[in-house]
Design a protein. Structure first.
Lengths: 360, 316
């Protein structure tokens, strides 16, 4: 009898369906069991602290930007006023105006954009090609060559600073220029302002203040952090299954055709990642701009750093603080263009790295 | 036998063709290495062994042997000191960077509210915290230190690079009151002061580790949870061994990146020497010694970590 009472009561029965009524724990009870226990509380606490930590780190990352932005709107009076902390009392656009007019910001912006675009595009393609070679082909000496790729990453800049400068100041590969005997190459003149094609003693080319030093370094996969890009591309291509290319070979494609028609379209996210790195690191690079480009001949964004616009150069109590704020504003104006590029590309950054399975 | 021979030859020719393809793809790098990089390296070594003077519109290079190295090590007192200081601070920073980036990568790999936004923010330093920005930050923070030293009460709050200078003072006070050794207090203050620097240098490592975490198959975690492993156990027994090769990569990258970054004090010192008159070749000598130390440290890191790295066996 008892058994009968506990058994589920059939409410409705048809050929395909059966509706049963049984004693269910009440909703309140179920919610209590689910949410009011130690592990759920622990998870909540963990989630809370995790979120707090992320917020904190984001604050540390973003705070310098906020302080730079607000101090860029501050006028000279704000820096002697002790009550002003973050929000300017006398907001002004003078700092921006002075930087754009006195320091000819747009000229530097154009030159830097051209330089970064050219070298980033070259580096993207070259590193893609080299990385593919290392990932998919077995040939004698490939391990040694890859060790050299890593070596180019490890050698500190200052070790090769002097000799790099001398190399491109008196550029002469395989005595070619010596053979040509000091003619004038008008096609070397990429940027009109830059003085190019100058022969020193008729035996070598002065390539400083042109795009050539960076273009040549990029073409050889030797420019800033190219070792990292080659490594990234290699890891990416190692993750691409060999069967893909094999089937292309069977269909009659050659190695080149396979690479350009099958492999390149696959690797777009990774290439955009490399492009983003190359572009933004070239953009803010000080080493090469300081080495190969002089302020008067090829004016670039990094040259702005350390300058004080003439119209803001005044003598008063908070002057050095004001100058620090001007430097911060210059930094902000250098960063903002690549931040915009980053916001457009960041989707590919994570996607490219994730899909690459940068792991091998 | 006779039917097999031509087959084998054809296979060899395919290999050869693929090898040729490999050379073709790597050719730009080989050319760059032979035409630009090796000459530059050799020149640099030669310069470090000579002195350079500018005469009649041309550079004159004379061989002087190991004089530059001797001067760097024994005459220039601050070089060795800077080198030691630089290496010390980097040895503290490098584990901090690797552990922090691993931690953040693990968190960003979980389902967090606003994960996409956090990722976007966290990778900003990857593109921004290089070159110029570091030097601007260094310039303004040294200025802030100067203000703090002078005890002037001018408004520094607006310009602090990370907003941590004030907190450091408070922490120092806290430790002084607690009567703990000053070394520990100094260490903590140093670490807190460097937090923003450490975060700024974590970007690429975070990307590498995040990619590594993504590549672990979810089915492993599934089977672990079925066997009753907790998240904590899973992290130590599964996650960490699986991504250990990439932890090695990011550790090596951290070493290289922090040793060769322009904001590094040794690099700054060498660059200063470079811009001094007659300091050109001396700076090359210093940089060569520095390079030797970097190679040594990279080798030590790889050797130590190699013992703990777990390699999953792969088919090919």
């Amino acid at each position: 009898m008892d058994n009968q009472a506990n058994a589920p009561k059939v409410l409705k029965e048809s050929k395909n369906k059966i509706v049963v009524d049984f004693e269910r724990t009440s909703l309140k009870e179920r919610l209590r069991l689910k949410y009011l226990n130690i592990s759920y509380a622990g998870m909540l606490v963990w989630r809370f602290f995790r979120f707090l930590l992320l917020m904190g780190v984001s604050y540390v990352i973003l705070y310098p930007f906020f302080s730079k932005i607000t101090s860029s709107f501050m006028s000279a009076e704000d820096f002697v006023d002790v009550t002003v902390k973050l929000i300017p009392k006398y907001p002004t656009l003078d700092t921006y105006k002075a930087i754009i007019v006195d320091l000819s910001y747009f000229k530097a912006l154009f030159n830097t954009a051209l330089l970064s675009l050219v070298s980033a595009l070259l580096q993207m393609f070259i590193c893609c090609i080299i990385g593919y070679g290392f990932a998919k082909f077995k040939f004698r000496g490939s391990k040694l060559l890859f060790a050299f790729v890593l070596l180019t990453m490890i050698v500190p800049h200052s070790t090769i600073k002097l000799s790099l400068y001398m190399k491109f100041k008196y550029f002469d590969v395989l005595w070619l220029t010596k053979l040509l005997g000091g003619g004038v190459f008008p096609w070397l003149d990429i940027i009109p302002e830059a003085e190019t094609g100058m022969f020193v003693n008729g035996t070598s080319l002065d390539l400083t203040n042109t795009l050539w030093p960076l273009a040549i370094l990029s073409l050889g996969g030797l420019a800033f952090k190219n070792g990292l890009y080659i490594f990234m591309m290699r890891q990416f291509f190692k993750g691409v299954p060999d069967e893909l290319e094999e089937s292309a070979y069977i269909d009659g494609y050659g190695i080149m055709k396979t690479f350009f028609l099958i492999v390149i379209p696959l690797s777009v996210p990774m290439m955009i990642t490399v492009f983003l790195f190359a572009f933004s690191w070239q953009w803010t690079d000080e080493f090469y701009t300081g080495l190969f480009f002089s302020k008067t001949k090829m004016y670039l964004l990094p040259h702005l750093v350390g300058q004080v616009p003439r119209s803001l150069d005044t003598q008063y109590a908070g002057q050095s603080l004001f100058e620090a704020a001007i430097q911060n504003t210059i930094g902000l104006m250098i960063i903002v263009p690549i931040l915009v590029v980053y916001l457009f590309c960041q989707r590919f950054l994570v996607e490219g790295i994730e899909r690459s399975g940068l792991v091998g | 036998m006779s039917t097999k021979a031509p087959k084998r030859r054809r296979a060899a020719s395919l290999d050869k063709r693929k090898a040729r393809g490999g050379y073709l793809f790597v050719l730009p790098f080989i050319l760059g290495l032979i035409l630009i990089y090796f000459p530059v390296i050799i020149d640099s070594f030669r310069y470090s062994l000579s002195s350079m003077t500018f005469q009649d519109g041309a550079f004159k290079i004379t061989f002087i042997g190991l004089e530059n190295y001797q001067e760097a090590l024994f005459v220039d007192t601050s070089y060795v000191k800077t080198l030691m200081g630089g290496i010390q601070s980097l040895i503290v920073d490098i584990p901090a960077i690797v552990i922090f980036s691993l931690f953040i990568a693990v968190i960003l790999n979980q389902k967090v509210l606003g994960r996409a936004v956090f990722r976007t923010i966290f990778f900003i330093p990857v593109i921004c915290a290089t070159g110029i920005m570091e030097s601007i930050a260094a310039a303004t923070s040294s200025y802030n230190d100067y203000i703090a030293d002078q005890g002037q009460s001018i408004n520094t709050g607006a310009l602090e690079s990370g907003g941590f200078q004030m907190n450091a003072e408070k922490i120092t006070q806290l430790f002084e009151n607690m009567k703990i050794g000053t070394e520990l207090a100094d260490f903590v203050v140093g670490a807190v002061n460097r937090i923003s620097g450490i975060i700024d240098r974590c970007g690429v490592q975070m990307l590498i580790l995040l990619a590594a975490l993504q590549s672990i198959s979810p089915s492993i975690y599934e089977s672990c949870s079925i066997d009753g492993a907790t998240t904590w156990e899973t992290f130590w027994k599964i996650t960490l061994p699986m991504i250990s090769p990439m932890i090695l990569v990011s550790a090596v990258y951290t070493v290289i990146d922090s040793f060769t970054s322009e904001s590094n004090q040794v690099m700054a010192y060498i660059n200063n020497k470079y811009s001094e008159a007659d300091g050109n070749t001396l700076s090359a000598a210093m940089a060569w010694m520095y390079f030797g130390i970097i190679i040594l440290i990279v080798m030590v890191v790889v050797a130590v970590m190699q013992a703990y790295v777990f390699y999953q066996r792969r088919d090919n």
